[in-house]
Design a binder for this molecule. Structure first.
Ligand SMILES: [Fe+2]
Length: 258
């Protein structure tokens, strides 16, 4: 999992611009109890009382230490799981009906080259970028060299924006607005695979969201509700870090969506 409960609580405090002491007072907790949660001492009782103050779903926050989405098994979707800093970053390779496309490019040219070679993908029909953060665009040069078309949100090359629909073989890729974690971020809904698939970049992780400053926090949540949680429960979610999930599982277990 990309985030544990400490990150979720810190992201909510930052998003709502709340100091731990203020949140504790509103929840009827001692500041030391909230600090304990932030530092990694889990208490189901304290988490359940703090959750409503942070507009988090109490059962989901209390259940987060045990949450892990079910493994997603879609034959045409492969996760390129690459080491980055002290964690990892994903790119997603989709091969369907003789076409191949990549979502995000990893943190460096060498890491994406290694991953694509390991998966036997020397050439791509198209590549799409979710947002302009180094761990997602670091391999841009290598991917541009391998791909017939490279779609960059608002960028050079083939710009793409929310509302655009790209047809690749039998698939339709719908770009939609996922601003918040990063200005100009896009999500991609893919139609035509065995199940509906949504590439969400760092806007959403299994059990969490990407960090947002206070200025964009509520917009980020609203855009996720509109663009992702409006989809069917079986829709598969492919995030920029951590495991894949589904809309149904996140509806129940992601604390940010009460
Ligand atoms: Fe990011």
């Amino acid at each position: 999992m990309e985030d544990d409960f400490t990150y979720v609580i810190r992201k909510a405090l930052r998003g709502l611009n709340l100091a731990p002491g203020d949140a504790a007072a509103r929840a009827g907790l001692a500041e030391s109890e909230v600090m304990g949660l932030i530092r990694g001492t889990f208490s189901k009782d304290a988490a359940s009382r703090l959750a409503p103050v942070l507009s988090l779903k109490p059962e989901a926050l209390a259940g987060l230490p045990d949450y892990e989405p079910n493994a997603v098994d879609l034959p045409s979707v492969e996760r390129l799981d690459m080491a980055f800093a002290d964690g990892q970053v994903n790119a997603w390779l989709i091969r369907h009906d003789g076409r191949s496309m990549l979502f995000d490019t990893g943190a460096s040219n060498s890491s994406i080259a290694l991953a694509l070679n390991a998966f036997g993908a020397p050439h791509l029909d198209a590549a799409f970028v979710t947002h302009d953060h180094q761990d997602h665009v670091g391999g841009l040069e290598e991917v541009a060299r391998r791909s017939r078309v490279l779609y960059l949100p608002g960028g050079s090359g083939h710009p793409i924006q929310a509302g655009d629909v790209i047809a690749i073989g039998l698939l339709k890729i719908h770009a939609f607005d996922l601003n918040g974690h990063c200005a100009g971020a896009l999500g991609y809904r893919i139609e035509g695979l065995e199940k509906p698939v949504c590439v969400v970049g760092d806007a959403l992780f299994a059990g969490s969201i990407g960090g947002c400053p206070t200025e964009t926090y509520l917009t980020a949540l609203e855009l996720l509700r509109r663009g992702v949680f409006s989809q069917s429960d079986e829709s598969v979610l492919l995030p920029g870090h951590g495991p894949a999930s589904t809309v149904g599982e996140e509806r129940t277990s992601n604390p940010f969506f009460p």
